[in-house]
Design a protein around this ligand. Sequence first.
Ligand SMILES: Cc1ncc(COP(=O)(O)O)c(C=O)c1O
Length: 415
Amino acid sequence: MSNEAHEIYEKAYKLWNPDKVETFRSYGVELSMGEREGSYFKDLDDNQYINMHSNGGVFNLGHRNPEIREAIIKGVELVDAGNHYYPSKYKNELCEKILDASPDNMKYVFMLSGGGEANDAAIKFARKATGRTRVIALECAFHGATGIAMQAGNPDMAAFFNMKPDEEEYTHVPYNDLGAIEEVLKKNDTACVIIETIPATAGFPTPIDGYHKSIEELSHKYGALYIADEVQTGLMRSGEMWCACKLGATPDIIVSGKGLSGGYYPMSAVIMNENAGGWLKEDGFAHVSSFNASEIGCIVSSKAMEIMTRDSTKENVDMLTNFFAAELSKIQSKYPQFLSEIRQCGVIMGLKTSHPMGGPALMKGLMNNGVWSVMANFDKSVLQFKPGLLMKKETAEEVIKRLDKAIEETLAMFS
Ligand SMILES: Cc1ncc(COP(=O)(O)O)c(C=O)c1O
């Protein structure tokens, strides 16, 4: 390790986040990012990695996408964050692009900076629309670390900060259990059911057939709204713009983030139907935020939306989807004792291992072979496998070759 890298880790341990630094150190996967371009980045010692984590989709369009870079450079010549009180053509342009790519029932887009903040807002908007407070969410969910979103997510995370959710306001149910959702909805006091379309932090466990459509129908039957948290699964990662729609459902609210940033400027969006967004006609000042629909952010996100809605992008995602499906199935047949399940919906993938700490072990094995990927935090037997939408076939082939070698080496370590 270079002196520069060593100094960065030591200072970060002291000043920034001791436990994060120590945790990755204990897994043998310390890293500080250096140069980056497309599907690749380097660490400070010039080791190159293929990015198969994409920061949950922040790098949906790769690192330093040249078209986004050009848009942001032109944008800073023209505007700044703008004023959240006033309209702007850049805000309108982004709203139009997002609504054009969303189901017809969607009418408004409310833009913020992060996914957690947008989930907080979405739940508030559902509470306002229904006049109710209860939120039904998954036990295995992660909706962000802000107040309401954190309480809606896995209760242990909120408990760490003494924010244990009030049982009258939040009910957590097991994944894939529609009966459990209906039992709670029968109380007729639920404002919304919020579901990560495929829960990322739980390792992308596969939903049962018709799960999301049933959630939509059950929610409406009992007067609640259905919020699809598409922060990780949206923006073409499933092969369609919104994964919940691909799986047959029409949410009342779609929440997006991460990749809307183009990897450069934090942006998130709450996309709402008339019912959910009705409050905007009543009191437009009810939810304000300094960086709401920042103009420079809108320029960046509009360019990201333009790229994500291109036919060529869809074709590439379909190519990657089919390639990984075929090749991961071969790898699984080669290592059935280790790879117990391949979870995949488009380029949203989770490799489930048969070992409780198989995720970090494989993360290290891959890192030794120049591939960066991260375990699922709520189920460390799983490795999240998330290429960008524009990854080239040759790079995907390289990922598979390196994965094969990494599994062989990881198994040797376990035996
Ligand atoms: C599904 C999901 N929702 C929400 C969030 C929170 O987004 P942010 O970190 O931008 O607040 C995340 C972050 O990882 C996420 O994975």
